[in-house]
Design a protein around this ligand. Structure first.
Ligand code: NAD
Length: 471
């Protein structure tokens, strides 16, 4: 792919940005130039939105069953090309190919789940106080969807937004992260070849402040679905609010995993390592706060550190991200148990890093780093653990390790998070499970699951009044 140029995909055609500008995309594994990416601005976004507007009415005329059939074909095409697509993802993110393959398979599964909604997407019927009045709900597309995603798991991020959006009868403009341009372009081309009509899914490349902001502000974009940081989400929400567009925000996390004194420590260590450091900690559901009961703290800290030291460092997405994470670690008044320094070789590599001795309300405890950094907190018992878990601006996921069903159930009642896990990791979702957080982790909409249909469609109440005298 080196030296390649990644253009926009508008109306089924590859197009350079109107200004002819390009951004350089470098490889996380060694910092070498990977490709040049179209630097789109408002004019390119306007073209893509116009293409979507033109394509949407005919697409929406298809029945949900027919649209579901097309989505199934897209999933099958992705499955058929899983190796080539995963190699692109591995190269542009720096993640191991096995991880990229797993993510591609997850995106395929999302496609199959959404396709199945073609024969379900059930509505509701309800009684009415007036006699002979039949009331039921139907789903209608919202119109043109502006979709903006993060870089961390490029294909699930694309599939979670684009597939339910188009299934629901919308046409979409997808703005991938500038860090992962190539996989989105490749998959969108693949999907056109697999039968998605031109204009139904357009991909506009570029920087967030330029292409992303223009998409959010475009008056013909009826719905904005955004996945990214809380800071960007806030500005997206403000811009969309000015024109009262429907907005779904899936934002960050500072997820906590609690280790009680009755936990199976081997299991707790295994899950904590996977939760904190897989994908170099670049997961919205990553466990960056590990809250440990006093009596097992020394044993857990020792074993967690040992296990973390065995994890091979994976690059983070950019030099800038690495510098931000290093600055936060250096600026924290903390003891470093593992990692903490950049590896002395090419690439953006920070090994798994563990800190202790940090106050739960210190800046680093409240700020999402989106890198391989976990902080250990020592607590007296259950109540203090729950207080630390909830002392966060975020509320995406939370986990507890305990042998007690009573503690587990009480934790599920008290933890302020969109996903609660007992004796597992702070992992995300499967295609049929709605996923989304509370507090600053999102606007309350869920992605995936049948809940995603609520984001990408309007629910209309249809009333039919009949007269039995006129039979
Ligand atoms: P980011 O906020 O920097 O960027 C996200 C996307 O927004 C990118 O495509 C970017 O180009 C675009 N963007 C940037 N500025 C914009 C603007 N002013 N207007 C419109 N678009 C703009 O986030 P990131 O670094 O790509 O991703 C990391 C964040 O994403 C973390 O906070 C992580 O927790 C979150 N995330 C959340 C979920 C979830 O489901 N809740 C999933 C994955 C990642």
């Amino acid at each position: 792919m080196t030296g390649r140029r990644i253009p926009n995909l508008i109306d089924g055609e590859s197009r350079e940005a109107a200004d002819g500008d390009w951004i350089e995309k470098r490889r996380p594994i060694d910092g070498e130039l990977l490709c040049r990416v179209a630097r789109s601005r408002a004019a390119d976004v306007a073209e893509a939105v116009a293409a979507a507007r033109r394509a949407q009415p005919a697409w929406a005329e298809l029945t949900p069953v027919a649209r579901g059939d097309v989505v199934r074909d897209l999933a099958l095409a992705l499955r058929e090309h899983r190796h080539e697509v995963s190699e692109i993802v591995a190269e542009e993110t720096g993640k191991p190919i096995e991880l990229a393959l797993g993510e591609t398979d997850a995106a395929v599964e999302m496609g199959f789940f959404v396709a199945g909604e073609g024969r379900r997407s059930y509505g509701r019927t309800m009684p009415a106080s007036m006699a002979h009045r039949a009331v039921s709900t139907v789903r209608r597309p919202v119109g043109v969807a502006g979709l903006i995603a993060s870089f961390n798991t490029p294909l699930p991020n694309l599939a979670w937004k684009a597939l339910p959006a188009v299934f629901c009868g919308n046409a979409a403009v997808f703005k991938p992260s500038e860090h992962v341009p190539a996989s989105a372009h490749h998959v969108a081309e693949l999907w056109h070849d697999a039968g998605l009509p031109p204009g139904v899914l357009n991909v506009v490349q570029g920087l967030g402040q330029e292409a992303g902001a223009a998409l959010v502000e475009h008056p013909a974009v009826d719905l904005v679905s955004f996945t990214g940081s809380a800071a960007t989400g806030r500005s997206v929400n403000e811009a969309a609010a000015r024109r009262l567009a429907k907005v779904c925000l899936e934002l960050g996390g500072k997820n906590a995993l609690v280790v009680c004194d009755d936990a199976d420590l081997d299991d707790a260590v295994r899950w904590a390592v996977a939760s904190a450091f897989s994908n170099a900690g670049q997961r919205c559901a990553a466990a960056s706060r590990i809250v440990v009961f006093d009596s097992v703290y020394p044993a857990f800290a020792e074993r967690f550190t040992e296990a973390a030291n065995e994890v091979e460092a994976q690059p983070v997405i950019s030099e800038e991200a690495l510098e931000r994470q290093l600055a936060a670690v250096r600026g924290a008044s903390a003891t470093i148990l593992a990692g903490g320094e950049r590896l002395d070789r090419p690439g953006w590599l920070l090994p798994p890093t563990i800190l202790e001795g940090v106050a739960p309300n210190a800046e680093i405890s409240c700020t999402e780093l989106f890198g391989p950094v976990a902080i250990l907190y020592r607590v007296a018992g259950f109540d203090e653990a729950v207080a630390v878990v909830n002392d966060s601006p975020y509320g995406l996921t939370a986990a507890i390790h305990t042998a007690s069903v009573h503690r587990a159930m009480r934790f599920a009642e008290l933890a302020r998070a969109g996903v609660v896990v007992v004796n597992g990791g702070t992992h995300g979702s499967e295609p049929h499970m709605g996923f989304g957080g509370v507090k600053q982790s999102g606007t309350g909409w869920k992605e995936a699951g049948v809940e995603a249909l609520d984001v990408y469609s309007d629910v209309i109440y249809v009333n039919v009044v009949s007269d039995p005298e006129r039979v």
